[in-house]
Design a protein around this ligand. Structure first.
Ligand code: IPE
Ligand code: IPE
Ligand code: MG
Length: 228
């Protein structure tokens, strides 16, 4: 039996619950986000080991700007540090970085850092790690529809070809942690026939064993796509 017998190629995760994880420990929210980055590191390693071709992680939504400026700054700072400190690890594990969402609208230093990381990992082949940054699915769909219209015709195919995820395998499994049961403007188009998996675990507590459990359940699901 090989690691990818679960049959999933692309898994996406709404990494939710960092704030509640910190609150439970009487820590500031930023401590939860730091613990969340540690979980990202472990899960990205596990994704490769579990034979996934692609993993998309929701890191900052287009609605997260509504949070206090201090928290937004903390999140951006952690993002920058993560990209910088993990570039060597991406190289070692053959991880190709991708960023989806309106990330070019972020601060110039963040954009430059991302550009460099994309460039340095572009030749890696084992796993694609797509980080959703300043991402909102409705915004993605508006951008894709505009691009499709500019190219001639708006069809399901031309919209899909202009999504941020166009070069990725179809989404198989969407996981959300922390007990919330909603999509919060994440991958709305791509979720049309993805399997959904909700767990009460808070994101910093989510382990490779939890990912494996989700994939085991995925392997037992019957995907019918409207057929029999
Ligand atoms: C998810 O954790 C991380 C981001 C949205 C950036 P939250 O910060 O949403 O944590 P909760 O939902 O308040 O517990
Ligand atoms: C979704 O979580 C966004 C990320 C995980 C980055 P939120 O915590 O922002 O979602 P809501 O506000 O509970 O819907
Ligand atoms: Mg949340």
């Amino acid at each position: 039996m090989t690691v990818s017998d679960h049959g999933a190629r692309h898994v996406a995760i709404i990494m939710d619950g960092n704030g509640r994880w910190a609150k439970k420990r009487l820590l500031p929210r930023v401590a939860g986000h730091k613990a969340g980055v540690e979980a990202v590191r472990t899960i990205v390693r596990a994704a490769g080991d579990l034979g996934l071709e692609a993993m998309t992680l929701y890191a900052f939504s287009s609605e997260n700007w509504k949070r206090p400026e201090e928290e937004v700054n903390d999140l951006m700072g952690l993002m920058k540090r993560f990209i910088l400190s993990d570039l060597d690890e991406f190289a070692a594990n053959d991880v190709k970085l991708k960023v989806i969402g309106d990330w070019r609208a972020l601060a110039p230093d963040v954009v430059a850092l991302i550009d460099n990381a994309l460039d340095r990992t572009s030749g890696n082949k084992r796993t694609t790690l797509a980080v959703a940054l300043n991402y909102g699915a409705q915004d993605e769909l508006v951008r894709a529809a505009k691009a499709a219209a500019a190219q001639g015709e708006i069809t399901a195919e031309t919209i899909e070809a202009n999504l941020d995820t166009a070069d990725m395998p179809p989404l198989d499994l969407l996981i959300r942690t922390s007990g919330e049961v909603r999509l919060s403007n994440f991958l709305l188009w791509q979720s049309a026939y993805a399997e959904l998996y909700f767990t009460d675990k808070l994101w910093p507590d989510f382990t490779p064993a939890d990912l494996k459990a989700a994939l085991d359940q995925f392997a037992r699901r019957d995907r019918r796509y409207g057929g029999l």
